[in-house]
Design a protein around this ligand. Structure first.
Ligand SMILES: C[S@@+](CC[C@H](N)C(=O)[O-])C[C@H]1O[C@@H](n2cnc3c(N)ncnc32)[C@H](O)[C@@H]1O
Length: 222
């Protein structure tokens, strides 16, 4: 089974016409190394567009960008006045963690594949461990996909929570992935400690082993 191509695939019926999301984003991110799937692209689109339609404005954050495959999708949905905050080790990753570590220049080039008009002042790059990341502005969506230990995942969830707007969403990658059991431990612990969050969606994706868990922060009126 070719898992690499499966990630970038959703088999449409013969004669089905690909829509704008597939043409403008789904097909193009295939050139960017990474793990985001075609299904993820649709899931991100629905959450992010719905937030914008309801007038929720805030930064889009990603911890663990690698070469920018998922960050490029976030870039596509970034609204004027919002920042794309991206954190990764880049060149300083502990040896052998991920092959061909990205550089900020590679990341920026890959963001431009999806959104050539993205300006430098719309991107905040944080090169280093996420434990040194300090978010300073309200956040409406965060993708937590950096360190996969329970300590790192839990700390990243708490870090993002500090700035997450009510009705904001955190997407946790590799939930119930058998190779990363600590991600599940951390997400479950976070949820058990935080009655002000609920599971918006717990989604399998074509070509992925683990699920992506979407946690939404409730508003006091919910
Ligand atoms: C699974 S990859 C991210 C994949 C990307 N989000 C995608 O969907 O294509 C995880 C990334 O997180 C980075 N990373 C791991 N631990 C980290 C930490 N503690 N702080 C910052 N980045 C970290 C790794 O260097 C790697 O680039």
């Amino acid at each position: 089974m070719d898992w690499e191509s499966l990630r970038g695939d959703t088999t449409f019926c013969a004669g089905a016409e690909p829509g704008p999301l597939v043409v403008e984003v789904g097909e193009k991110i295939k050139s960017i190394p990474g793990w985001l799937t075609t299904d993820d692209c649709g899931h991100f689109a629905l959450v992010l567009r719905l937030q914008s339609a309801f007038g929720l404005r805030g930064d889009l954050v990603e911890i663990g960008t690698y070469h920018g495959r998922s960050a490029a999708v976030l870039a596509h949905f970034l609204e004027e006045g919002e920042q794309l905050v991206l954190c990764d080790w880049f060149g300083d990753a502990p040896d052998g963690l991920y092959p061909a570590p990205p550089t900020p220049a590679i990341l920026r080039r890959n963001l431009a594949v999806i959104r050539p008009s993205l300006r430098d002042d719309q991107i905040e790059l944080h090169a280093g461990a996420s434990e040194t990341l300090r978010l300073s502005r309200p956040v409406r969506f965060a993708h937590v996909d950096g360190g996969h230990s329970s300590a790192e995942t839990l700390a990243d969830l708490r870090r993002v929570d500090e700035r997450l707007l009510s009705r904001g969403v955190i997407a946790v990658d590799d939930y119930h992935h058998r190779a990363f059991p600590e991600v599940t431990v951390a997400a479950d612990r976070f949820l058990s400690e935080r009655p002000d969050y609920h599971v918006l969606a717990d989604l399998n994706r074509h070509g992925a082993v683990g699920r992506k868990l979407y946690l939404q922060k409730l508003s006091s009126s919910d």
